[in-house]
Design a binder for this molecule. Sequence first.
Ligand code: UDP
Length: 468
Amino acid sequence: RIMSATPTTVVLYPSPGMGHLVSMFELAKLLDSHGLSVTVIIVEPHYNTGSTAAFIARSSASNPSNRTIVLPRPDSLPHNPSRHHEAHAFDLLRLSNPELRRFLHESPPSALVLDYFCGYALDVSAELRIPAYYFFTSGAGVLSVFLHFPDLHSRTTASFREMGSNPLHFPGIPPIPANHMPVPMLDRDDPVYESFLYFSKRLKEAGRYIINTFEDLQPRAVAAISDGALPPNYFCIGPLIQSRDRESSRGGSECLAWLDAQPKKSVVFLCFGSIGLFSSEQLKEMAVGLERSGQRFLWVVRSPPSGDPDKLLEAPPEPDLERILPEGFLERTKGRGLVVKSWAPQAEVLEHGSVGGFVTHCGWNSTLEAIVNGVPMVAWPMYAEQWMNKVFLVEEMKLAVPMEGYDKDIVSAEEVERKVRWLMESEGGVELRARTERAKERAAASLAEGGKSKVALLELVERMKRGI
Ligand code: UDP
């Protein structure tokens, strides 16, 4: 650990979604281990999942050298009828600006690191003359999309939803079907679309990007972002994934113990992010498909959405498995499959030698956790930017095959069976695993001494220390 006489102070300001918090806390540890003094400032999560609050408590307790500050809630949050949970986070972040300002004004850091949804904070950093960096918690492909989105917006009057599957062209990435843009961006008249436009403009204005990816994973997208800028305005320092944390396995010890008893690389793991929910009809199709596949599985199941708009921001209740899964399913698959209620210690599960495949919602953290552990994927995107990630994974990186029907009302049991079998027992599956193993090696090489991500990190730390 490098120490200087007066450590450079850095404030990290993530938005309160799980995917953002996980990687920002990892960045905090990394900067801390390079001699910076780090404070993480968070707004109290608007989304009431026990997992997020528990994660914050655990992360701050297990990294005592990083300070974690939870900003007081703004006095009055407006009633927002939006059905997009993102819209509620944006209100919270916008109204937290005065508190953030108060904090930064009292002890101005050498740098402020914010994420995409915290664009309002650029007003504060500009006023206080604090250099601001974006930490982009998704990959370079999505960053390219957001950087070019304002331009695309000004060239059309149609909504992405109306454009259907017509391709959108962005630098450095494969064509994106318009209806694969993030769900809150599909309708041009929706106020939350306006927020994405605003965040994208601010993103462009900031001009300094720390990206949770590694150059060898997304070389074309990274080249498109840098576009020859000197000095380079981007730092690909990833993959940063949730580090092993003994505490977190406590709740999931049952599934880790179960995995211990399974043969090597024999289990397919199914998990859909911090907030992914399926209808009961879909859960039944998945169960039938899994049962017929004959494969070993570890499946994280949540209660279906309640459909009540007042409960939009609430975690679903613990699932009643006997009721929501087909009759006799648990009994018939006993020993071969394990269903976990609501939450599994995913980082540890993917690291476990018995896991041989991952059916994923394509959240960026989940994607990186799979790559770091060399676990091949079936892509079943759901919300946020996951449909775009699916395109990158399938068409550019070639590290996943799609679960067909993800963009329709329902994925059939037949498709679940087919893809799980393909992944676990076909020649194509074996090739996919070999490719993912090679990506794992490239990821490790990037992070090693002299690797591109490591070099970028050292350059970033140097710049922060010099206050530029
Ligand atoms: N996660 C977990 N257990 C679960 C579901 C999710 O530990 O049952 C973790 C997962 O390992 C990842 C994060 O939550 O680190 C989810 O981030 P991601 O970007 O994949 O998806 P998001 O939840 O933001 O959609």
